[in-house]
Design a binder for this molecule. Structure first.
Ligand code: GDP
Length: 182
């Protein structure tokens, strides 16, 4: 089954987003403690695809050996998983582009992994400012990227951006199904 994976720094709002997408409170555990997702969780969204919750990267509070183990697991999954169709990289819409996110995204590009960006917590800025910040963040990629990946602006608090993300997944799934029929 095709897999769509979600990744981001701890506390970016990944669990909340997954809850919103699943439309089912308590399916993915949200927590105020950063970095709780240690293992790779699969959620069955419908009969067609899996939503995959990857552990976050960039924890300050974990020991180095644990960080390395997680990074290795994430790397192996991302590089080798044939079922992985698209990786959603989550970014807090309030943040300027940070080195760790940029390095991760550049690594995805070099590795040829299809990805999109999901900006989170848009309600904290309001619609206009959130769009401005997201656009600035995306434009900063143009110094080394020729083409920008798709991006989405979401708020799990206000339940916005859900349809856009799910429509995108649906569109990609339709393309896959079409290819399989040829
Ligand atoms: P994770 O560590 O990336 O899984 O992040 P969580 O989903 O557990 O969220 C981290 C914190 O941010 C929690 O306190 C959430 O309530 C808060 N949060 C997550 N999404 C949103 C959002 O869309 N709006 C606001 N205002 N807060 C959010």
């Amino acid at each position: 089954k095709p897999e769509f994976a979600f990744i981001g720094r701890s506390n970016v709002g990944k669990s909340s987003l997954i809850n919103m997408l699943c439309n089912h409170k308590g399916l993915a555990k949200t927590s105020a403690t950063p970095g709780k997702t240690l293992l790779i969780n699969h959620f069955i969204i419908d009969k067609e695809w899996y939503l995959v919750d990857l552990p976050g990267y960039g924890y300050a509070k974990r020991s180095k050996s644990v960080i390395e183990k997680i990074d290795k697991m994430i790397q192996t999954y991302i590089l080798q998983r044939k079922q992985l169709i698209n990786l959603f990289v989550l970014i807090d819409v309030r943040h300027e582009q940070q080195k760790i996110d940029r390095e991760f995204i550049d690594w995805l590009g070099i590795s040829g992994i299809p990805f999109s960006i999901i900006f989170t917590k848009a309600d904290k800025l309001g619609r206009v400012k959130a769009k401005q910040n997201a656009d600035a963040w995306m434009n900063a990629l143009l110094d080394s990227w020729e083409e920008l990946p798709p991006y989405f602006i979401t708020s799990s608090e206000k339940k916005t951006g859900r349809d856009e993300v799910l429509d995108y997944i649906g569109k990609v799934m339709a393309e896959i199904n079409e290819q399989n029929q040829q």
